[in-house]
Design a binder for this molecule. Sequence first.
Ligand code: NI
Length: 179
Amino acid sequence: MTVREILKMGDPRLLRVAQPVTAFDSDELHLLITDMLDTMRAASGAGLAAPQIGVDLQLVIFGSNARNPRYPDRPVVPPTVLINPVLTPLGDEQESDWEGCLSVPGLRGVVPRWSRLHYSGYDQYGDPFERTVDGFHARVVQHECDHLIGKLYPMRMQDFTQFGYTDVLFPGIAADEDD
Ligand code: NI
């Protein structure tokens, strides 16, 4: 088990456009994903993108269950490894909700996202898959895939009156459960 350092906003490596993965089902790729899972779980995160640990590849992992202390009331999102993703919004509808990011510790902000979208990509074995999702699942995918084009959620915000420190905005959430 290797918990890797998560880069924080201000690190220029978070601003790169990531490179596509070209070699699947390799020891190197499986090790990277294991490290990302360990790192995400150690931080109680709902998702993690490879650029957040300084790896310049189009690879994100995400998933949440009811036991995640950071998102106790959020719907379940299946554990997913998504490589070389392509996102397609369905319709014009957007919705705004609170987001946090392991690269922006201690803060939360309200971010508009597409309500419904279709996404496709590959798993770690190189097998293609696709899903049509909405709500929190759609939000998580958009947040994580934004990391692959150098976007952090504050760059998507439109109302900075809804941006602040988690322990001030949501006093019930323990500090170690939020970052
Ligand atoms: Ni993030």
